[in-house]
Write a protein that binds this ligand. Structure first.
Ligand SMILES: [Ca+2]
Length: 349
């Protein structure tokens, strides 16, 4: 009976202990910045903010009114990171500008001097900041010191630092944590499929959208622009082919075709252009450049008929040369020939 009584007293503590172990063994939150004042363990161009928290209601704002480089550093974090897979943190970049920052992690095997001059710390410019939220996952177990001659000593971490160049606006950082395995929802940051996920694997960086792709629905405006850009490029390709068949030089008109191919094919896959602001700029450019080039070809083709009957202007543009020798004319005098909208003739082949 006495044992039961004692057990009942300690039962809540036993249960609480079991519950907290679920998170404490798998995740250590180094700081969630939920207090109204910043912990004394942090130094840098920092203040607390409610503007863009990734977790909870507050985060850290990095800003310098004097436009000094933005930075954050601590030498008072827990030292043993060895059993964790990831160092995770989240940074919000409110600007359309892309930025790069440094991440430095020092261990006790290297002094500050050895870290700076002999690469005895992990110190690389791997913090890529896309517009909006960037969710970083730093793979701890693969991290080597910058010199590359040894792994980072994860059980003896003595300093963590993030630094950026001079930026004339704030960056927002939150929820710095060490994670083993799958993170549970208690500590995980809020994530949208359109956010940028950045995995840092030693010297390699893999930026990607969080996804999945099917969860990212483009706006009707973007769908329309994509269709218009594709049509503009296809129309230009047809025009170019017709002009080629007729023996015209189309080197300049092919340039928008190449840029459209890069924009719609390659650039479209890069995470930096997978937000609607950047994609709109890119698609607008493809549409205008391809349409302009199509107009140029129409002018060239329409001139063909009139050129046969019209007298030569200024100098004799008509001289018999084989088709393969007609390249230099447009290349040399393309501006006056095309851009001034004075299609006064072409080389007859
Ligand atoms: Ca927070």
């Amino acid at each position: 009976m006495k044992f039961c009584h004692i057990f009942s007293i300690f039962l809540p503590f036993i249960l609480a202990s079991c519950t907290s172990n679920d998170t404490s063994t798998d995740v250590i939150v180094l700081d969630d910045f939920e207090d109204s004042s910043i912990s004394a363990i942090w130094k840098g161009t920092v203040s607390t903010s409610k503007e863009f928290p990734a977790h909870g209601k507050r985060g850290l704002e990095l800003y310098s009114p004097e436009k000094q480089p933005l930075w954050l550093e601590s030498e008072e974090l827990i030292k043993d990171w060895s059993k964790y897979d990831y160092l995770k943190f989240d940074i919000y970049n409110p600007s359309p500008q892309l930025y790069y920052g440094y991440i430095e992690i020092c261990d006790e095997l290297g002094t500050d001097e050895q870290a700076e001059f002999h690469g005895q710390s992990y110190n690389w410019q791997k913090v890529f900041l896309n517009t909006g939220w960037n969710h970083f996952e730093f793979l701890l177990q693969n991290a080597m010191v910058s010199e590359g001659d040894r792994p980072l000593s994860l059980d003896k971490i003595r300093k963590f630092r993030l630094s950026f160049g001079s930026i004339d606006h704030s960056l927002y950082l939150d929820n710095i944590r060490l994670v083993k395995g799958e993170e549970n929802s208690k500590t995980a940051s809020r994530i949208d499929p359109r956010d940028c996920r950045i995995v840092i694997d030693d010297r390699y960086v893999y930026p990607m959208l969080v996804g999945p792709e099917e969860a990212i629905r483009p706006s009707p405006e973007i769908v329309q622009l994509r269709s218009a850009a594709k049509t503009a490029a296809e129309n230009l390709e047809k025009e170019v082919n017709i002009a080629d068949l007729q023996g015209y030089q189309t080197l300049y008109q092919r340039i928008p075709l190449i840029t459209a191919d890069i924009g719609l094919g390659i650039r479209n896959k890069l995470v930096w252009f997978q937000n609607e602001v950047e994609e709109t700029k890119m698609l607008d450019y493809i549409i205008s450049s391809c349409s302009e080039a199509s107009k140029e070809i129409e002018i060239i083709l329409s001139t063909h008929t009139s050129a046969k009957s019209a007298p030569s202007i200024g100098f004799n543009l008509k001289f018999p040369v084989p088709n393969k020798y007609t390249v230099p004319f447009l290349a040399i005098d393309k501006k006056s020939f095309i851009s001034e909208k004075k299609p006064f003739g072409r080389i007859i082949v």
